[in-house]
Design a protein around this ligand. Sequence first.
Ligand SMILES: Cc1cc2nc3c(=O)[nH]c(=O)nc-3n(C[C@H](O)[C@H](O)[C@H](O)COP(=O)(O)O)c2cc1C
Length: 394
Amino acid sequence: MFRLRFLTAGESHGRGLTGIIEGIPANLPLSPDYVTRQLARRQVGFGRGGRMRIEADRVEFIAGIRWGVTIGSPVALYIENRDWENWQGGMSPLLEDRGTVPPVTRPRPGHADLPGAKKYGQDDIRNILERSSARETAMRVAVGAVARRLLEEFGITVGSFVTSIGSVSMRVDPSTLTGEDLQRLFTDAESSDLRCPDRDAAGRMRDTVEQAMNGGYSLGGTFITYAAGVPVGIGSHIQWDRRLDSRLAHAFMGIQAIKGIEIGEGFELASRRGSEAMDEIFPAPGSSRTGSVLRKTNHAGGIEGGMTNGMPVLVRAAMKPIPTQRKPLMSVDILTGEPFEAAYERSDVCAVPAAAVIGEAAMSLVIADAFLEKFGGDSLEETRRNYENYLAGL
Ligand SMILES: Cc1cc2nc3c(=O)[nH]c(=O)nc-3n(C[C@H](O)[C@H](O)[C@H](O)COP(=O)(O)O)c2cc1C
């Protein structure tokens, strides 16, 4: 990231999660309730495990905000783990509490368990799984909410919806979706516990998740995340790591269990004729956000040459099935070398709806970073002046 940076800390059953985000201009209105609302969106979804019923995440602001607005200093956030009550000995930082819970020695295939234990020299896999757990994404969503709040000031909206779970998918042609279409799909997704705006597909997705619950296996899926209202010229072609598509790939692939992403029509473009894969340009005087042009399609997902082109930015991400299975897979005990069934920790069966909300955080952080890189500003007013000046010149 070029203008924003953030870090998270915290174990799944530790005391809580901490996040620090730096680079947000001063004078941005921000309330704990705003962030907490985003946290609640991550927690819903058919297919989640018991943990989500224990945690009702709330954020506390520890630094960087005074009287409801940012003051330009790093914003520090904290989310308590309610489950900590049950783990005070087991996850205690104190030597005298050592041994309060038995070690985990049977790595789950598909998790960080085995490579993490080997790499960090651990006999107790808990020292790995506590941090590799997607519990960490609660803080990612909180930090992303700060970025989202900034984008809202400039009319940029970020949303998501689930497009498939297991082998059940909804029909959607992303290249035809306008900002208004995306907003409508988002609104419908918000009232679906599978985050799927297509009622019929959502019903079939629910059936397939139910079958997985009964069968003791897990499922993955795909989702689309978008940013609408982004002006032309965010990101850059001049260096590989400044390209917006590269930055989005980095952020999305940084989400646990995300194994593939596409920008716009992505993989499908590879089999098309060039004439069917580009977005033709037409004059549209006065539409400054797009550079006074119009596109009738959005195969590119709003990005050309590593820069936004004024069309909605579209990312589709693929999530693999959750590694932990109620019917465990075979594994090897790391202490004895004996074959065993992998350990079962209470687990989600399908978390694609939650991953889509985490994708929104990734999108918000990347777009906000590139937006601030372009427009700068240490106060919101300064950023706004620079932004409006740019638009006026387009
Ligand atoms: C929202 C969300 C919830 C998840 N819930 C679980 C879970 O309950 N059990 C589990 O084994 N993995 C879960 N995962 C997946 C693991 O965190 C992930 O597969 C693991 O950290 C290994 O990383 P990798 O899949 O990227 O290689 C979840 C992922 C996300 C994004």
